[in-house]
Design a protein around this ligand. Structure first.
Ligand SMILES: [Zn+2]
Length: 619
């Protein structure tokens, strides 16, 4: 796998979904020791680090944590080994055969006396007993009421069988252990303070990792999260470059925050030039994305017929069923009050020199420049949209500051008979989106799905902009352009499936040309590629897979190669015949017979009545 020429994240995908799944069966049917499995895990860990570009000093749990905890959710072999052992003993415990059940009881008795094996803290039997007790206890307590839903509301969770419950609990415990270990790190885990409760979970699905992010962007993402990028302060900490400094202002104490959001050179010198400075550029990318989405949304909302009175609570007479379980999004949120909404945005592409962007003075004469506003003259409501993209650590501070800033404006406008509402759209420089952004977009009447999708796009766009800022950290001649995310799903929906496939194919070809043949650096794959001509990767397709189907084919190809190799290592049927002929001398290594005769020979042997029955096993 390591030697093939596909990209690192795809190798990780294959190891995670193919190799680890295959290994799960062997872990189940064989008794491997903890040391062996740990050795394999270390090997896989090292490869994951290499393939995904995780820095050497970075703590490894980011690979295995769940998506809620901003991890990549890869399979942990040692955990899998523990789970399969528990599953095995659970099968024994509830076996139909009384003898087998007795084996379990005997094992449990031994374990309870402390004979759980050298160096082990717990045993599968003890784990089963402990988890079963705690699950029973939870059943007695019952499901409590959570959140803001009404009494009697119950989230329907997937029904699990007892064994699945135990495995789910083990996974949960493993995740908790990983989180506990994180608190030992000072530098890498400051996202714990602001990330766990306040942020929406990132889109680290395989769909995004394989098709949305590029290999380099993914590398930037995971290293930026754990603060292990080669920023000047880290280079000095790792004793790699003692004289490292910011490439723009020359500051020696430059951190990642400094480069992505706080370099004084950008703030004081670059924004004097007549082009956008890089931080404003990232900010304006976000404004442009939201402006495009909301302009469509406003047009739609203006066409809708508005209800005069909105029923917030629909009462349901006793004995009848509610007509809609969930309220449809026909109310348009704040846009439901009028039909003459007009939006304007503080973006250079929407304004020429003759018609510069101003906040309407009849609402409130203010020198404040908001990033965008949606205004309705008939209902005298103005919705202010304010964007920020600071480092995640400072999101709350900026939120408070902006709120204070606009409360003044709100008071002034109220004197003129206007109502001001504000939506703060904040996206962290590393792509984290606070929950309140989602709530803000919802209040504008965006459907939940659309709002969530917009949040994901904002996150991606902020991350990509920051990545471009990062790679331009030594470049003072930064030329901004309007960055777009690659979200073409809406456009593709109308295309027929076959057409889309054809397009995919074209895209693949382009990827080959740009990734493998043009780029100068090829160390990431650790293969020396010829300058031109087809890329060699062991007889496999030289096209990087662009769809699950292609990955599957690749896996099958590799599996076939492996199977052939394994078959050549196994004893040939003729050798088996020899063994049977030799009778007592089974332990000695037999002489291989002629291959072309082997078939006849084995048939002859099988025809003999006095032979013991042949047993063929996989091994
Ligand atoms: Zn600087």
């Amino acid at each position: 796998m390591d030697e093939s020429a596909i990209e690192g994240r795809m190798k990780a995908w294959i190891v995670n979904f193919h190799v680890c799944s295959k290994l799960a069966w062997w872990l189940m049917v064989q008794n491997f020791g903890a040391t062996t499995v740990r050795k394999w895990q270390r090997r896989i860990n090292a490869l994951y680090r290499k393939w995904l570009g995780l820095a050497q000093p970075a703590e490894p749990s980011v690979l295995f944590r769940s998506n809620e905890h901003f991890g990549l959710n890869l399979k942990d072999l040692v955990e899998m080994w523990r789970q399969t052992r528990v599953v095995k003993w659970h099968i024994m415990k509830y076996a139909k055969d009384p003898q087998t059940r007795k084996v379990y009881d005997h094992r449990l008795g031994l374990d309870q006396k402390g004979h759980i094996g050298k160096g082990n803290i717990t045993s599968p039997a003890l784990t089963i007993e402990r988890i079963e007790r705690s699950l029973d206890f939870e059943r007695i307590i019952g499901a409590g009421q959570l959140g803001r839903t009404g009494l009697g509301f119950q989230r329907v969770s997937k029904k699990l069988r007892p064994r699945e419950h135990i495995v789910a609990r083990m996974k949960q415990e493993a995740e908790e252990n990983r989180m506990v270990l994180l608190h030992d790190y000072q530098m890498q885990t400051n996202w714990l303070h602001w990330g766990l409760d306040g942020m929406m979970k990132k889109d680290l699905s395989w769909q995004a990792m394989l098709y949305q992010y590029s290999q380099r962007l993914l590398k930037f993402l995971i290293n930026a999260q754990s603060n292990t990028l080669p920023s000047p302060d880290n280079l000095r900490r790792w004793k790699l470059n003692r004289s490292a400094a910011c490439g723009l202002c020359g500051s020696e104490a430059a951190t990642l925050t400094h480069i992505l959001a706080g370099c004084p050179w950008v703030r004081h010198s670059e924004n004097k030039v007549c082009r956008e400075d890089r931080y404003t550029w990232r900010h304006n990318n976000l404004v442009a994305l939201v402006a495009g989405e909301l302009n469509d949304h406003i047009q739609r909302a203006n066409k809708l017929e508005k209800k005069s009175a909105r029923h917030l609570i629909q009462l349901v007479p006793a004995g009848t069923k509610p007509r809609h379980r969930y309220q449809p999004d026909a109310s348009c949120g704040w846009l439901g009050d009028a039909n003459d909404w007009v939006a304007d945005w503080d973006l250079p592409e929407f304004h020429s020199n003759a018609s510069s962007y101003v906040f309407p003075h009849y609402i409130c004469a203010s020198p404040l420049k908001v990033d965008g506003f949606i205004v309705s003259n008939s209902s005298k409501v103005c919705i202010i949209l304010e964007f920020t993209s600071p480092m995640e650590d400072n999101l709350d501070m900026w939120n408070t500051r902006k709120k204070v800033k606009y409360s003044e404006l709100e008071m002034e406008a109220r004197k003129n008979g206007w109502t001001i509402r504000s939506v703060f759209i904040e996206v962290g420089a590393r792509g984290w989106v606070p929950q309140r952004v989602f709530a803000g977009l919802r209040s504008l009447g965006l459907a939940a799905l659309a709002a969530r999708r917009l949040c994901k796009r904002l996150s991606y766009l902020a991350l990509k902009s920051s990545y471009i800022i990062w790679i331009n950290r030594f470049n003072k001649e930064f030329h901004p352009w309007r960055l777009k995310d690659q979200d073409q799903k809406g456009g593709d929906a109308g295309l027929a499936k076959a057409e889309k496939k054809a397009l995919d194919h074209v895209a693949e070809k382009q990827v080959v040309n740009s990734t493998f043949l043009r780029e100068g650096k090829r160390r990431a794959n650790n293969v020396s590629l010829p300058e031109d001509g087809p890329v060699s990767n062991g007889g496999l397709s030289d096209v990087p897979p662009n769809s699950y189907a292609m990955l599957k084919d690749l896996v099958h190809g590799m599996q076939k190669n492996l199977d052939e190799k394994a078959r050549s290592l196994l004893p040939q049927p003729s050798e088996l015949c020899q063994e049977i002929d030799n009778g007592d001398r089974l332990s000695e290594s037999p002489q291989p017979a002629e291959r072309d005769e082997s078939f006849d020979k084995i048939m002859k042997l099988l025809a003999k009545p006095h032979l013991p029955p042949l047993r063929f096993t996989d091994s």
